[in-house]
Design a protein. Structure first.
Length: 140
């Protein structure tokens, strides 16, 4: 039964993190106006528009990556039967690998990639575990 619970924790964590990520990206696209001449309505248009982006265009993507990972890791660590920190960090590495794939397909400025890789994934997964651990005092 613990194996099913642990697998379910990963699935729930990934799905929840993806929902948060998608919601923040969508909200960001409504709040932050695309750069003049930029077309973010298609993948090709977005890729062509990235050089026109300024720092504010990267705020919501960073928040989406960080908070999506945080929520996913918190949920996974809360639901997991044991080794809760390992499940939280697994979510962090999952989203980190997704970001690596995304950066290959949709190149971002180096400063954003470094910021994103260093702060948005493993640290947020750890923080998600730590918050759940402090709130619910689950067994490690």
């Amino acid at each position: 039964m613990d194996i099913l619970r642990n697998i379910g924790s990963l699935i729930l964590g990934i799905v929840a993190g993806m929902i948060v990520n998608y919601a923040l990206i969508t909200m960001g696209n409504m709040i932050i106006v695309p750069p003049l001449g930029g077309d973010i309505s298609s993948p090709d248009g977005l890729k062509a528009s990235i050089p026109l982006f300024e720092w504010q265009h990267f705020v919501f993507p960073f928040l989406a990556h960080a908070l999506g990972t945080f929520v996913g890791a918190a949920i996974a660590s809360h639901v997991a039967a044991d080794n809760k920190i390992k499940f939280a960090l697994t979510i962090g590495f999952f989203f980190l690998m997704g970001s690596v794939a995304n950066m290959v397909l949709l190149p971002a400025p180096l400063w954003f990639s470094i910021l994103d890789f260093v702060l948005a994934y493993v640290p947020m997964a750890y923080l998600g575990w730590m918050v759940i651990h402090k709130l619910f005092k689950p067994s490690l």
